[in-house]
Write a protein that binds this ligand. Sequence first.
Ligand SMILES: [Fe+2]
Length: 459
Amino acid sequence: MIRRNFLQAGLGLPLASLGLTAGLGGCSDSGNMYLDGNYGPVSVESTAMDLEVTGKIPDELVGRFLRNGPNPPADVSRGAYHWFTGRGMVHGLRIINGKAEWYRNRYVGSDAGISPNTSVFGHAGRTIAIVESGGPPVNLSYDIAPIGVNTSLGGGFSAHPNLDPDTGKLHVMCYDWAKLRDHVRYVVIDETGELESEMEIPLPGMPMIHNMSLTENYVVIYDLPVTLSFLALGTGSDFPFRWDNDYEARVGLLPRQGQASDIIWSSLTQNYSYHPMNAFEDASGNVVVDIVRYDKMFDTDTQGPFGDSRPRLERWTVNPGTRKVSEQVVDERAQEFPRCHPDLNSKGYKFGYTVAVSETGSFPGIYKHNMNTGTAWQFDFGPGRSGAEPVFVPREGASEEDDGYLMTYVYDANKDKSDLIILDAMDLSRPALAQIHLPTRVPYGFHGNWISDAMVPVG
Ligand SMILES: [Fe+2]
C-alpha cells in the first residue's frame, strides 16, 4: 500500500552509521543501512531536566535547538523501508541562563497519521514541523507537543521554506505528487504566517522538488531528473520517486514579479541536488548557486540517498541572457546539509558550513568554506562520534559574517548517546565551547533550527 503521507524527503540524509559494516547503498532483501546503527529509531518519548554540560553555554543563547527526523516503528519492513518515510520525531533542547533546562523527543504525528518528518522551524510566533509533498505542517507547543494542523499553510507543502531576510516572508516551492502531476505551486507566506500569493508552475513531469533559492531579482527553481515512478508505485514501494535519465535537468529563473511564462530555463548536466547553500547575483547579473550535487540519485539504491553517488559542493553560474550554466566543483569531498548566515540568504556572502560524509556513511566533522577564496577549515568530532547538519547562529552584535555559533547533535557510539555541541564558528581549531550531554541518542535525521525565545516566545 502506498504511503500517502510521506514524501518526507528531508534533506536529510545521513549515511550509514558508525560501525556499520554494510557499504553505501546496501539494499539486499534483508539489508537496510537506514535502519541500522544510529539510523535506527529510539523506542520511547522521553524528558530530561537540568542536563550535564561540559564547557560553558553562551549566556546570550535563550531558546530551543530543535531538529526533525524519521523514527519508524520497530517492525517496519526492512526491505521496503525508505529513509525519507519514517514517522516524524522532533528532538529539542531548551537553553536559558547558560543552562540546558530540558531535553525532549516527541512524535509529530497525530491520530490521523499526519507526521511531518523533515524539518522544524519558527515563524510568526509558531513552532512548525514540515514535510515535502505530504501531510500539512503541524504546529508544536513550546514543549514540542503536536497541537494541530497548520491550516494556513495547507498540504503538499515543502521541507525548505526560503526566508527572505529583508521582508520576513517565506517563499516555498510546493507540490503534492498524489494530486498534481504536471505542475508545482510557488507560494509566498507573509510575516504573520498567512498565505499571501500562489502561482502554478507547469512542468513536463512530476519531479521531486526538494528546495528552491532566492536572489535579489529571481526565484530559482530546480527541475531535476528524479521523478514519480509508476513502476515503483505499482510494486508497492514506500517511496515512489526514481532516477529518470530521460528527464532533462534544468534550473529556472522566475523574475520575482514575473509569471510562470517568464521563467528563464537553462539546461544542466544530469544531477540531483537537495540543498543549495545559498544563491545570489554577481556584478554581471549572473545568478550564482552554491549547491551540494549528486551525479545520480535513487537509481540502484531505493532505500536512501547515498548509494548511487557521492555529494560534492559545486558553484553553478547561470547567465540569464545566454541561458548557459557554468558548473564548477568547489570541493570534491563528500558533504551535505549546507548552511550559511541566515541574514545573507539570497545575498552575496563569504562563509558556508557543511557536514562531512565519510566512505562508511558516518558524519565525522564539519567543514567551513570561504566561498570567495576556496579556503576550507575542518572540525573533527573525534573517534566514534558523528554529527549532523551544522546550524549557524549569529552572535549578538557581531560585525563579522562568521562571528557566531555552530550547533549540531553529535552521536557518540562509545556511549550510545548524543550530545548537543556548540562551536565557535570563527575558529574551528578551538574545542567545543559547550557539550550538552543527553540521556539518550538522537537518531540521524534531517533538518532543524535554533529558535530563540525572541522568535517564538515561551507559552
Ligand atoms: Fe532537505
